[in-house]
Design a protein around this ligand. Structure first.
Ligand code: NI
Length: 144
């Protein structure tokens, strides 16, 4: 019963029509084609779910803000370009084909000198600016 409810919720709110919902839509998702569907920076777009987690694509450029996520780790995978994540004691460079996991509660500030395309994996409902509300705070469930 619970499964059925989740199934219909996913269909109605995420994808609109039952014929196109998750159980009838098992097919590859092409990251670069999905990236063609939006242009704004720092605004995560959900492309799929895995249990309680979501896969989000984000175009990043320039500076993000310092924040942390007190209840969850956060994975960054660089698909194109290069990003940096500043921590209190160091800055890490993450290149295309690389990933990094930011543990929960750890303050971090992502930035990119040139536009980069990344994927973030984290539980549904995580706010991109974590504990901070800012002009860069984006919707949490924006599907493409
Ligand atoms: Ni974060």
């Amino acid at each position: 019963m619970v499964k059925k409810l989740i199934y219909y919720t996913a269909c109605q709110f995420h994808l609109g029509f039952n014929y196109n919902c998750m159980k009838n839509n098992i097919k590859p998702i092409n990251f670069l084609k999905k990236f063609e569907k939006f242009s704004e920076h720092w605004s995560p777009k959900v492309i799929s779910e895995l249990n309680d987690y979501q896969f989000k694509l984000v175009k990043v450029k320039g500076d993000f803000i310092w924040h942390n996520h007190e209840n969850t780790d956060e994975a960054f995978i660089v698909i194109e370009g290069k990003i940096f994540i500043e921590f209190e004691a160091k800055t890490e460079e993450i290149n295309k084909g690389e990933m990094i996991v930011v543990p929960k509660g750890v303050a971090h500030r992502p930035y990119a000198k040139n536009e980069a395309k990344i994927m973030i994996i984290e539980p549904s409902g995580v706010v991109n600016t974590g504990n901070i509300t800012d002009k860069l705070t984006a919707p949490t469930d924006d599907w493409i």
